[in-house]
Design a protein around this ligand. Structure first.
Ligand SMILES: Nc1nc2c(ncn2[C@@H]2O[C@H](COP(=O)(O)OP(=O)(O)OP(=O)(O)O)[C@@H](O)[C@H]2O)c(=O)[nH]1
Ligand SMILES: [Mg+2]
Length: 339
């Protein structure tokens, strides 16, 4: 089981993201049910489904209560291609888990625990210790705060968030280095660790036209088949609004710990105010799609990107470290030795 962290600042769209991920998972999972599983503890499940129910009713979630976010977790499981090829004797043992798993937890970068860690560098709280164990980091970047007015509070706040995320990434890399030397000294590691970063550009629908124009971008996101152009598009935004984070994840290998290529996803929800071309007054109302047999009356959101998110992590889950643990567990168990 590989731990994954979702990072976001106050009001950047974390809860909305979780609700939409839940929706996408329900819809997608019912089609590809054999190779993808979603599990969550009751409390998390309840929150995610309630958020989604609200969105079906055109409402965005309310602000998350203090500490509520720290209890949200869920798991993605992907059937391993490998299990089909294992000899029957392994397949039949339930200790050979046929699913590669990622357990996601969401962290509020503006929350007390994270702030205390950023300030002190001491990983005192269990929340931070859990965060540092993650091999996957999903970073939310709020497009509604992207502005070309460089002395505006929104811009300053964005750069502040950028520096906090970069600090956390450095801490994560340092922790992995230490973990790796510990493992190496016990003969358990092969001298390299990979951290898998993903960036979600949240509230993409509220990115302003003048920002796009200044960066020479068009409003249309290159579609999923144009991987390189999508990456360039996302990085054009991040280079301006999250430069330190971008430079961290592209920093190459440091003492055997490296960041994998970042994956980029766009999250948007169609809202009434955006449609009418007006500045939102209060919380915007979500536009729903026509009622369909497929999904009732659903909010209109970037479903394809959420599916791409789920599928991207299939590859990651299969490469991520729990494979190593399970392999060595196999070898360590005499009764099940393959020879
Ligand atoms: N236009 C638009 N607005 C969004 C979108 N996602 C979120 N919002 C707006 O941003 C607000 C905050 O979103 P949340 O998902 O609650 O953000 P959060 O990070 O969970 O916020 P806290 O829990 O309060 O820190 C929502 O109430 C919406 O008004 C989106 O995709 N498009
Ligand atoms: Mg929230």
């Amino acid at each position: 089981m590989c731990p994954a962290a979702i990072l976001g600042e106050r009001a950047c769209g974390k809860t909305t993201f979780l609700g939409l991920l839940y929706a996408a998972q329900v819809r997608y999972g019912t089609r590809v049910v054999d190779t993808f599983r979603f599990h969550a503890p009751l409390q998390s499940l309840r929150l995610m489904s309630q958020v989604y129910e609200g969105m079906k009713d055109s409402r965005f979630p309310g602000a998350t209560l203090k500490d509520e976010m720290t209890h949200i977790e869920f798991m993605f499981g992907y059937r391993k291609a490998l299990s089909g090829r294992l000899p029957a004797v392994f397949r039949d043992k339930n200790w050979v888990n046929p699913f590669a798993k990622l357990t996601f937890a969401a962290y509020d970068v503006s929350g007390e625990d994270v702030q205390e860690f950023i300030d002190s560098g001491v990983a005192a709280s269990p929340i931070i210790q859990q965060l540092l164990k993650s091999h996957v980091v999903v970073i939310l970047a709020d497009c509604s705060r992207m502005t070309t007015t460089i002395d505006s509070p929104a811009f300053r706040q964005m750069l502040h968030y950028d520096s906090e995320v970069a600090t956390l990434l450095v801490a994560l890399q340092t922790y992995k280095k230490q973990e790796q030397s510990r493992m190496e000294s016990q003969g358990l590691a092969d001298g390299s660790t990979t951290i898998y970063p993903a960036i979600v550009l949240s509230k993409f629908d509220s990115l302003r036209d003048d920002v796009l124009a200044k960066l020479g971008l068009h409003r249309g996101i290159p579609d999923g088949s144009q991987v390189r152009r999508r990456k360039e598009y996302a990085e054009a935004l991040l280079r301006v609004f999250m430069p330190q984070t971008l430079s961290q994840i592209r920093g190459g290998k440091v003492a055997g710990v490296s960041f994998d290529h970042a994956a980029y996803f766009f999250s948007w929800v169609r809202t009434e105010s955006a449609e009418a071309g007006m500045q939102p007054v209060g919380a915007p109302r979500i536009v729903r799609k026509e009622f369909s047999a497929e999904g009732g009356a659903e909010p209109d959101f970037s479903y394809d990107d959420y599916v791409a998110f789920i599928e991207h992590f299939r590859g990651v889950a299969n490469k991520a470290p729990d494979e190593i643990v399970e392999q060595s567990a196999l070898l360590d168990t005499p009764a099940t030795s393959p020879s």
